[in-house]
Design a protein around this ligand. Sequence first.
Ligand SMILES: *Cc1c(COP(=O)(O)O)cnc(C)c1O
Length: 361
Amino acid sequence: MDLQLALQILMNFVIKLLRTMDINLISDTVTKPSKKMLKSMMDAKVGDDVFKEDPSVNKLENKVAKMFGMDSALFFPSGTMTNQTAIKLHTNPGDQLICDKYAHVYNYEGGGVSFNSGVSCKLIDGERGMFNNEQLVKAINPPDFYHSPKTSLVCIENTTNKGGGACWNLNELKLIKKTCLENNLSYHLDGARIWNALIKMNQDPKDYGLIFDSISICLSKGLGCPAGSVLIGSHELIERAIRVRKILGGGMRQVGYLAACGIYALENNFLRLSEDHLKAIEIEKTLSKLSYIKKVEPVETNIVIFEINSKISSQLFLERLKNKGVKIISMGDNKLRVVTHLDYDNLMHSRFLEILNDLRF
Ligand SMILES: *Cc1c(COP(=O)(O)O)cnc(C)c1O
């Protein structure tokens, strides 16, 4: 066989391989641990964390608390449990929390706000999951008017999930803090994707530690861990959080394997998030040039939300992509979502852009 023919066969094989490549863009939670990450887990020193004797968990909790300049932190299996615990700690049954209409705590935690805390939500009609201080002031119920629920907590989300990965302005967050202090309200940050905001806005986590009463972070999104979340706050708050975590069934034993993975992720997968952001912007650019796309929401971090022309059903679009090995997700209202992540590499990226450009309706 001559060299040219061999090369031809090899090229055809590579092209075929690219064509059959699975590209999963439904969420940044789909990542699988790399060999190095798995090794960090295998090497972890562990103990019984319910007795606070797991050195890896203790190390992760100290590391995260220090990063945000707060007293204390507590490891949780999921971000939902972290948020739910924070809400329980800041409220009493019958109270009301204030959040944006897009908030994860309202839309995607299975109604846990009412199930776990007996609390209702007052929704603010914000922009891309964010609101301003004036809107908040209007949403607070007068404390002496006993006919309405007592407002006791404000929850904000950074970056916003349903809002398309948008980042809050720190000054607005500080104005809201002032309102919280004046009205005796607790202030919780759902920071499942705070890492993306920190990178995008070039901020210091300590800026957030100064503002919020509690912060929840996720290790299982952009950072690429298989599981894990951390609640950060004062000594007093975290001491109370241990009891709530126990009640919710979140007390785990030799969980240092996951904590070690979290430490690895913070050290290796944090600064690289800008690569995910760059890819998302390139996807935004490609989408905005396509005739069958109606609108692309401005991309700030790793989430791209867009609408296709009403003549084409999103179902058909999703199917056509699926046939090419690409999975993305529908957000309802003809809106679709793409999320870039650690396991979405350069090769997949060029292939995805090529697929988008080649689609005809
Ligand atoms: C993912 C996410 C959470 C937590 O979700 P889990 O799947 O329970 O870890 C919380 N808030 C936001 C904004 C999220 O995107």
